[in-house]
Design a protein around this ligand. Structure first.
Ligand SMILES: Nc1nc2c(ncn2[C@@H]2O[C@H](COP(=O)(O)OP(=O)(O)OP(=O)(O)O)[C@@H](O)[C@H]2O)c(=O)[nH]1
Length: 374
């Protein structure tokens, strides 16, 4: 699946307006004062033009993207197959938000990336050295990324306390994730990071899709299955972001999500042309199963290269955020209460066991005592 998702020969995206540089927070030094200091440096950049609710107009006269009245920031976690454009979309969103003076807190979680093209407050590369980790533990590229993430996850509570300190000032938290999707979405560290973030601020997944690649119905189905499984695993609201619409419009993909017949026709044509009848049946059945999934998610088309469609992205994120407030947060609180209840139940059972054991000990003592007396 991953192989299919290579970036097509596409024009390089037009450089997004560069955000003002933001100091990265180095967690690697284990120095909390230093972290706070660096974080503060980031703050001056991201909030310079007026933080919070009433952050008014940017260059284009737009209101703050997250809305007029100040609410918690929304965190957007960019996931998707290798080369789908996660980093470029994050760069575009970051640049766009900076341009409209909307305060952002950005994080890079890809330890293997050579250059992060947007200013970020937290960069995993400041905490762990990818090449050093590979060498030290004798790992390959994916094992190296996974180990870096594991090491970083152990410090993620520090990251969250930095974010928590800034929730009044920022409107968006952006998180870019490693290229190999499974390394983040199916790892324990990925789960720890996502859950911690979602427990702190409303969190939405942006599943980035390489639209030109997805004209292949089988690749489309692979992407949808991936998105669906990630949504069920994280239980977070998801936005499907059809990227690279400057190369191919995303309309066909949205049609396939709503019109089963249209998808079936495309699939038939594809399998006739490629002699892949064996895949056709499976893909067709899966698309029927995914019907419910399609009904519950939102999608948008963007070009990270040109910025086209970016407003539809914000609108979809806002909808997903409402879903977080309505369903995810109460469910999270329910799970938390349930965990507390079980913990209390275990504690009480342990105490009862201990009491019982103590009584038995007393009986033994008495018995031994009586024997001795006898
Ligand atoms: N034409 C076009 N190319 C794009 C667009 N977005 C990204 N690209 C190109 O797609 C390639 C991959 O983009 P990245 O942003 O590195 O993708 P990624 O998903 O972060 O990649 P990994 O993290 O390495 O898996 C690059 O060559 C980008 O220039 C777009 O909107 N249009």
């Amino acid at each position: 699946m991953g192989d299919e998702q290579q970036t097509p020969a596409s024009p390089a995206p037009a450089p997004a307006p560069a955000p003002a540089p933001v100091a990265a927070t180095s967690l690697g030094q284990g120095d909390e004062d230093h972290q706070a200091e660096s974080d503060g440096a980031g703050a001056t950049t991201t909030t310079a033009a007026g933080a919070g609710a009433s952050t008014a107009a940017g260059a284009s006269g737009e209101a703050t993207k997250a809305g007029a009245s100040k609410k918690q920031p929304v965190a957007i976690v960019f996931v998707g197959m290798a080369g789908s454009g996660k980093t470029t979309v994050a760069q575009r969103v970051s640049a766009d938000l900076h341009q409209s003076n909307t305060p952002v807190y950005a994080m890079n979680l890809d330890p293997a990336v050579a250059k992060v093209p947007f200013g970020c407050n937290i960069d995993i590369r400041d905490t762990v050295n990818y090449k050093g980790v590979m060498k030290q533990y004798g790992l390959g590229p994916n094992g190296g990324i996974m180990t870096c993430l594991n090491l970083f996850a152990t410090k993620f509570d520090q990251v969250m306390s930095l974010v928590e300190k800034r929730t009044d000032e920022i409107d968006y938290v952006l998180m870019d994730t490693p290229g190999q999707i499974e390394v983040f979405t199916w790892s324990a560290s990925g789960a720890i990071i996502t859950e911690s973030l979602a427990a702190t601020v409303p969190t939405v997944l942006a599943y980035v899709v390489d639209t030109p690649r997805t004209t292949n119905p089988v690749t489309f189905m692979s992407n949808m299955l991936y998105a669906c499984s990630i949504m069920f695993k994280t239980k977070l609201p998801i936005v499907i972001v059809f990227n690279k619409t400057d190369v191919v419009s995303h309309e066909f993909a949205q049609e396939w999500m709503t019109d089963f017949e249209a998808f079936r026709d495309a699939l038939e044509q594809h399998s006739e042309a490629h002699g892949e009848a064996y895949i056709e049946d499976l893909t067709r059945s899966m698309s029927l199963v995914l019907d419910k999934f399609y009904a519950g998610i939102r999608s948008c088309g963007v070009s990270a290269a040109t910025g086209a469609g970016i407003e539809s992205f914000y609108a979809a994120v806002e909808e997903a955020r409402s879903e977080y407030d309505e369903f995810y947060r109460p469910e999270m609180e329910r799970r938390r209460d349930e965990a507390k209840r079980l913990e209390e139940q275990h504690r009480q059972a342990a105490v009862a066991r201990m009491r019982k054991n103590m009584k038995m000990d007393e009986n033994i003592k008495t018995d031994v005592g009586s024997d001795a007396a006898a």
